[in-house]
Design a protein around this ligand. Sequence first.
Ligand code: FES
Length: 148
Amino acid sequence: MPEAGAPRPAALRLALCPSEALVERGRGWVWDVQHFGQPARAFALRIDGRAVGYLNRCVHVPTELDWQPGEFLDTERRTILCSLHGAAYDPAHGQCVGGPCGRGRLTVIALDEDAQGVHWYPSRDTQPPPAAPLTDPHTTRTPDESQP
Ligand code: FES
């Protein structure tokens, strides 16, 4: 336990994408996460100039939202539209605004943006996926297997 008055460790902040990858109400930037220890995906959009992030999971039924890979917004680019039953979410804050999502809200992934690009903050429930095992691309063996 840190001593009283000791500086708190900074929250884990991970690089996500270059700022230019998020165009105003354009395609989403999709990335892999673990949600409660299970593989899942998240996505980022630029809405009213701000980068916003959500777990790619509908509140109605836990399925992914995009109707084409990376396409989350309706044809008028106003709401996030679930591809399965048409739930509509306000992309600025993830609140359900129509359809079978009731009073639900998308799970927010905290993002920030600076001169280096867009970053995301893992939470207790949503973490980066475990690192892929190291492999030697020339032998396709793991490092341990390549030892004599
Ligand atoms: S699964 Fe999204 S509206 Fe039903």
